[in-house]
Design a protein around this ligand. Structure first.
Ligand code: 2IT
Length: 445
């Protein structure tokens, strides 16, 4: 494998798409050895095919705001890879959304979904629509307008979207309603649905819970207990909420959350009431975390800063891509961090990952750590297809089993001779092998 040539060719075809190129490069570096050991992959041009999305759909999303003014956004669905199952992955509504970001997310999703062991291919979609400050009626009209075009391209055996940044149960509900209206078809075409209409118990918590289950297994490899450990979390949305809840339940002390406006340091640690308040912050639609410091005495707000400057044992990025850079990593390391569980997709820059791996601390990438979200979406698909619903205990037990399986796969493919577990390599190789073998078996398609 000639990584430099592959990357140069890719850049010609996808110029300037820095997030996408970053995600591809990380995987290529990890899988180089196994790829070279399998000449049949090279012969079938598995890599050249794998890095090219199977299909990209972009569409106009016109809608009318509360002032009666017409607004126009761009809608996307990147159907990245269907070798092991229907396309599966979230929808992101955020002003920053562009093709580079959705392609990196769809690419990552392909490997992540493979790691879950469930039959799901990779996809991702979204819009540059910003939910910030929008009324409920505007959100509904936008979701309906988005689905008015997307419905043609999805289906329970074709492509099953879910939530991501800016898309939660409310937005999924509106999109599901519109899909049903347009198609007259009641099916599990979206996951993350409300519990009353086919949603799965534990899906809202699943990404954060799964992340903590994975982190617990990482700590176990060094005989460390999570109890009483200090945890820095970024973000305040659904994923950060689930992570804070499970970390606290496991006896750790969560001391930070963050938003685009800055971070909150709460040295007393989050408790049930404070974690519940995160849901209120999210529901406010303001996309800021500063009000937390007015509500809870003793909490401090640091405007424009990231939580990686605080002393902590465990850092859990739960916000967005490239939110933790090389400088942040150095700061965390100098403050004695022992474990970083990347829970946002590609939350760490390549410089940050290098710093963690070189320091030989526990570090695992998002596609392994955060796979519990999509895994539980897969469980929702199974329940919908079987017209049944499982108890919370049943779903949680399956989620736990899946996260343990992913951890084992990372150890199997990522353990080095000196005993250090390179989770980046482990996750990428384990995820890749299944997709590559499936593609090989299905011929040149
Ligand atoms: O990044 C992710 O894995 C998600 N946003 C969840 C995708 C899903 O289909 O549940």
């Amino acid at each position: 494998m000639n990584i430099d040539k592959l990357m140069a060719d890719l850049e010609v075809k996808h110029p300037g798409e820095k997030e996408f190129l970053q995600a591809v490069k990380e995987v290529l570096v990890s899988i180089e050895d196994v790829y070279n050991a399998h000449p049949e992959f090279e012969k079938a041009k598995i890599i050249e095919r794998l890095v090219e999305p199977e299909r990209i759909i972009t569409f106009r999303v016109p809608w009318v705001d509360d002032n009666g003014e017409v607004q126009v956004n761009i809608g996307y669905r990147v159907q990245f890879n269907s070798a092991i199952g229907p396309y599966k992955g979230g929808i992101r509504f955020h002003s920053s959304v562009n093709l580079s970001i959705l392609k990196f997310l769809g690419f990552e999703q392909t490997f992540k979904n493979s790691l879950t062991t469930l039959p799901m291919g990779g996809g991702k979609g979204g819009s540059d629509f910003s939910p910030r400050g929008k009324s409920d009626a505007e959100i509904m009209r936008f979701c309906q307008a988005f689905m008015n075009e997307l419905y043609r391209y999805i289906g329970p055996e074709v492509d099953v979207p879910a939530g991501d940044i800016g898309v939660g149960a409310r937005e999924i509900g509106y999109m599901f309603g519109q899909y049903k209206k347009l198609t007259r078809d009641w099916s599990g075409v979206l996951t993350g649905k409300g519990l009353e209409f086919g949603g799965s118990l534990v899906r809202p918590e699943a990404t954060g819970f799964g992340s903590l289950y994975f982190i617990t297994h990482m700590l176990d490899t060094k005989g460390i207990s999570i109890k009483d450990k200090t945890v820095a979390i970024s973000g305040f949305g659904n994923v950060a909420w689930g992570a804070a809840l499970k970390a606290t339940q496991l006896g750790a002390k969560v001391i930070t959350i963050s938003g685009p406006d800055g971070y909150i340091l709460d040295e007393a640690g989050l408790n049930e009431e404070k974690i519940e308040y995160m849901l209120e912050l999210r529901a406010s639609g303001n996309d800021i975390c500063a009000p937390y410091a007015q509500k809870f005495a003793g909490a401090k707000f640091f405007a424009g800063k990231k939580p990686w400057e605080v002393k902590c044992d465990i850092a859990i990025p739960c916000a967005t891509q490239n939110e933790l850079n090389g400088e942040d990593a150095k700061m965390l390391l100098s403050n004695g961090v022992t474990c970083v569980g990347e829970t946002s997709n590609m939350g760490c820059t390549p410089e940050a990952i290098d710093a963690f791996v070189q320091a030989r601390i526990l570090f695992a990438p998002g596609k392994a750590v955060n796979a519990g979200g999509v895994a539980t979406s897969g469980l929702e698909m199974s329940q919908n297809a079987g017209h049944i619903s499982w108890t919370a205990e049943e779903v949680d037990a399956r989620l736990h089993g899946i996260m343990e399986g992913i951890h084992n796969a990372c150890v199997k493919y990522g353990k080095q001779e000196d005993g250090y577990i390179n989770y980046v390599k482990g996750a990428n190789v384990a995820g890749f092998m299944k997709v590559a073998n499936a593609m090989l078996a299905q011929g040149i398609v």
